[in-house]
Design a binder for this molecule. Structure first.
Ligand code: GMT
Length: 376
């Protein structure tokens, strides 16, 4: 099949899912065309099955806001015609579903019919899309998509609660390539350079936005390190990073917390990690938690959104109410306190992650593309 994938090329979860999906589809022989404003971060090599088309938005001083949707929809029209693309798959509703719909209309005008699948990822529904300034356009473009998928049951429920959606929404959970994780971590973990032998390593990875409740992470770690020797690795960048750095200074734990910034070596960081923290306000899925679990790292998370669909309470980690940092810290200590308990949680985390192996999830997307192309 010839498939166009539209996504954000940045470090966000939706871009990672879209890129990994495209890479695996290309490996399976499909012709994949990424259409976005920059080459996605995990898309290193291109080949005859893997194409990247950059969307350029010319700067014009008259415009206070440069019209990205216009450039994207024009690029989609051109690429569909040039490569005879059979299906559009847009990740993150805003503004991709909107631009995709416009492209479909322009193509229809020329007698070319192409189905569009929209995958909802989370903040496009729960935070940004729900804003009254965007809501009519988001509702319209979801309803005008030929197929809609969401990455968790929780996100599907939220979408139906927050928007007047006439379309069916199919849940296709996010995925992870378990075998790749093992391959990439064959070189021994450099644990020794990060922490002493008796120290546990705790990690958080995100875009450091308010929704991640970054101060909670510092508070949880502060309690843990009073009981158990530990280091905290903070990976990623965003508006709350400075707040976290200041908190570490104020609490006198700055020598135990390492801020990495954005990293392309997530697997290497996770392979030396003992525990992952994700106390988010909301999380439609929590891909970062799944990436940790796939490397045998248990997770302490909030119980909001789709997190209970990924992290199993008392098994792959623990879940607590949003903001209950005391309980989160005590649960973390209960996992980290002895080697046998930690080993058991690590094994459980990996076992749960295997449910989300790309081998089980990818055929669901392939079946949807086939249906979309054949039914259209
Ligand atoms: O977590 C973010 O803020 C980034 C955002 C994105 O779209 O890149 O992540 C959302 O999509 C991910 C991939 O489907 C999900 O794993 C995240 O849970 C979701 N984030 C939120 O719902 C806050």
């Amino acid at each position: 099949m010839k498939i166009a994938i539209v996504c954000y090329p940045t470090f966000g979860g939706s871009g990672v899912v879209a890129t990994e999906l495209g890479l695996e589809l290309a490996r399976r022989g499909h012709e994949i065309h990424f259409i976005t404003y920059r080459q996605p971060v995990r898309l290193a090599l291109l080949n005859e099955n893997l194409h990247y088309h950059e969307v350029n938005v010319p700067e014009y001083p008259l415009f206070h806001y440069q019209p990205y949707e216009l450039a994207l929809s024009s690029k989609l029209v051109d690429m569909v015609k040039l490569y005879k693309i059979e299906v559009l798959h847009v990740h993150y509703a805003i503004p991709h579903a909107y631009a995709g719909y416009m492209a479909k209309q322009m193509l229809k005008n020329e007698g070319i019919y192409i189905p569009m699948i929209t995958t909802l990822h989370g903040t496009d529904i729960t935070l940004v899309g729900n804003h009254p300034f965007y809501k009519p356009a988001v509702t319209f473009s979801i309803n005008k998509s030929d197929y809609v998928t969401s990455v968790s049951q929780s996100l599907k429920d939220d979408t139906l609660k927050l928007f007047k959606i006439k379309n069916k929404i199919k849940v296709i959970p996010n995925f992870i390539e378990i075998e790749k994780n093992y391959k990439d971590t064959e070189s021994p973990c450099q644990r020794v350079v990060m922490a002493k032998d008796n120290e546990r390593i705790i990690t958080h990875i995100s875009n450091f936005r308010k929704v991640k409740r970054i101060p909670d992470i510092i508070k949880i770690f502060y309690t843990i390190q009073k009981e158990i020797p530990a280091k905290l690795m903070m990976v990623g960048d965003g508006p709350e990073k400075e707040v976290a750095e200041q908190m570490c200074l104020d609490l006198g734990i700055h020598d135990k917390v390492i801020f990495f910034g954005n990293s392309n070596e997530i697997d290497k960081i996770l392979c030396l990690t003992d525990l992952f923290l994700l106390p988010s306000e909301t999380e439609s899925f929590g891909l970062a938690a799944l990436e940790a679990m796939a490397l045998g790292v248990p997770v302490i998370s909030s119980n909001s959104g789709g997190l209970p669909e990924v992290n199993f309470n008392g098994y792959s980690g623990y879940l607590s109410d949003v903001g209950n940092v005391d309980e989160m810290a005590q649960n973390a200590i209960s996992i980290l306190k002895d080697d046998a308990t930690l080993k058991q949680f690590k094994a459980n985390a990996l076992e749960v992650a295997k449910k989300f192996d790309i081998k089980n999830i990818l055929p669901k997307y392939e079946a949807l593309y086939e249906k979309a192309i054949n039914d259209y």
